[in-house]
Design a protein around this ligand. Structure first.
Ligand SMILES: [Zn+2]
Length: 550
């Protein structure tokens, strides 16, 4: 990944946060920007396969497929307005119609947009996806193949590594869609399935701190990780993905303490703690075994009765390798962003980069919060400054994209600024989280990507809150199933959280947590009148915010 794609920059420009963060699908947590950009990337990639001449037009037609329907009441002369972004007669014509609903009005373009919209309509399963692809195939008289690839191991890091390695083996011009169940590859080429991942494809150089602690705790683990043929259990865990260089046996009787899966070879579970927390933390793994006493003795034996599987050990090293805090004995937190619907992999990669931008109390990805506030007034220039600065390329970020369930994770431990490292959540994680809320909200507003969760252990449970901490600490009520009038709440909520920086400087601890939706609008106007006003203005005079002259 070297930088944002141009299409991502263009999509960002067209969706001001006050518009892009709104929920356009009332049955799911799905921001307008994410839905539109997803449709656009999908239509673009599909056009590249069936009709490359149309790919650019398809991109804009899909990006704006809901625009007319949702925005035209508020913007008179919408066509002129959009023309400032895309001067393409066909694309402009397309947005006048709801092409996703009426593809035959402009069939060359229509079915590409239809497909981009449909894959996001609900949770897809393999049969439904195949049906959609076949429809496109018929319409464009082009043979298309759909392949489904997945890893259902519970370890997010391991899964990410395996999926990443597998997907790197498919042809560049394929359309890759990620879902909660796994990845769909759509292509006009017949591919050899399963895709084979070699153990060396997922090996990486262990950080020195892990290497030395593993050498001491469990030399066999270090050997297997670096050169050996690790014994693993995979039954029912891999679909259209085969592994090579591993020792895959029949169902073993031993069970991994950490994940609970059958394990053909057990390693010292302390290795997990040493990789992730620079110390062993046996208490974390013991509840699965009775009695809970004296496990340490059992762990340390050469022929141990209890232990951890290779996948779990690999997972700890992978997460640690993608983290800044590995060398410090403090609990690691992850920032997790969720996709609630099928998304193109290319969009996920672009968003992961944005999410991976360093977050701290004053800056997001090198952008000062004050700049961002001004950015509301001139969003297009702001996006140019954001994506043109090259800040994301300079600072390699540590983002883990879980390719089989389409969530994005990043280590949330610390940031390095001017050569100094600061720990984001400090000694009091919850208070630290509360203090970080303005930055998190800014990140969510810049990327228009939510829900976000700060958590010790990344999981696939999607919170129905805009931003939340762990399982219990929800930050402002947001439920997509609220009545329609409240579905515009996320931008209000995010703007409010963004403004809380004013508050947090004045107070030891903010008490404005989890207020009712009705109250958030009032709160925004009282806490930060300037932003409250600009939100109201945006709704009444959108053109001004896009710098369109009358
Ligand atoms: Zn395990």
């Amino acid at each position: 990944m070297t930088g944002f794609s141009d299409t991502f920059t263009e999509a960002l420009k067209l969706f001001h946060p006050f518009l892009g963060a709104e929920n356009w699908k009332y049955s799911a947590t799905l921001p307008a920007f994410l839905h539109s950009a997803s449709a656009a990337y999908t239509a673009y990639s599909l056009a590249n396969i069936v009709n490359p001449d149309l790919s650019e037009t398809a991109f804009y037609a899909a990006l704006l497929h809901d625009f007319y329907q949702k925005v035209h009441k508020e913007v008179t002369g919408l066509r002129e307005f959009v023309k400032g972004f895309v001067d393409d007669k066909e694309a402009l014509d397309a947005i006048n119609y709801n092409l996703a609903e009426n593809p035959d009005v402009m069939p060359d373009l229509g079915w590409l947009v239809w497909f981009g919209d449909m894959v996001q309509a609900k949770d897809m399963n393999v049969v439904e996806m195949e049906r959609l692809v076949q429809k496109v195939s018929e319409k464009y008289k082009k043979k298309l193949y759909t392949y489904f690839i997945t890893v259902t191991l519970p370890q997010i890091g391991t899964r990410s590594a395996l999926m990443n390695a597998a997907l790197s083996k498919i042809p560049e011009d394929s359309l890759v869609l990620l879902s909660k169940d796994g990845a769909y590859v759509i292509t006009d080429k017949q591919l050899q399935m399963p895709l084979t991942v070699d153990v060396n494809d997922i090996r990486f150089a262990l950080p020195e701190s892990i290497k030395s602690s593993w050498a001491e705790t469990d030399p066999a683990l270090l050997e297997d990780f670096e050169n050996g043929e690790p014994k693993v259990y995979t039954e029912g865990m891999l679909y259209n993905l085969a592994i090579r260089g591993f020792d895959v046996g029949s169902k073993p009787e031993k069970v991994c303490l950490t994940c609970g899966l059958p394990a053909p070879k057990l390693y010292a579970p302390q290795a997990y703690g040493y990789a992730l927390y620079s110390r062993s933390n046996n208490e974390k793994w013991s509840p699965k075994v009775k009695p809970l006493t004296n496990l340490n003795a059992d762990f340390s034996k050469r022929n141990r009765k209890y232990g951890m599987c290779f996948w779990c050990a690999y997972d700890s090293a992978y997460l640690a390798n993608n983290s800044f805090t590995s060398a410090r004995s403090e609990e690691k937190h992850f920032l997790v962003g969720y996709f609630t619907r099928v998304v193109p992999k290319k969009l996920v990669d672009d968003l992961a980069m944005l999410l991976g931008a360093n977050v701290d109390f004053r800056e997001v990805g090198g952008i000062d919060l004050d700049d961002f506030e001004q950015g509301f007034e001139d969003w297009v220039s702001f996006v140019d400054s954001l994506t043109g600065k090259g800040i994301f390329q300079e600072k390699p970020m540590s983002v883990i994209v879980d390719y089989s369930s389409a969530l994005v994770v990043r280590d949330f431990g610390s940031v390095v600024k001017n050569g100094k490292r600061s720990y984001l959540l400090g000694d009091e994680p919850i208070l630290g989280f509360v203090k970080l809320l303005p930055s998190l909200a800014t990140l969510a507003m810049v990327s228009m990507f939510y829900p976000l969760k700060v958590t010790l252990l990344p999981d696939q449970v999607i919170p129905d809150r805009v931003i939340s901490y762990g399982k219990s600490f929800a930050m402002l009520e947001y439920n997509p199933y609220y009545p329609k009038e409240n579905t515009s709440l996320p931008p209000v909520t995010l703007a409010l959280l963004h403004c809380l920086k004013v508050y947090s400087e004045e107070r030891e601890r903010m008490e404005v947590l989890d207020m009712s939706p009705e109250f958030t609008k009032v709160a925004l106007h009282s806490i930060c009148p300037k932003l409250g006003e600009s939100l109201t203005f945006f709704k009444s005079d959108m053109k001004r915010f896009y710098g369109v002259r009358r």
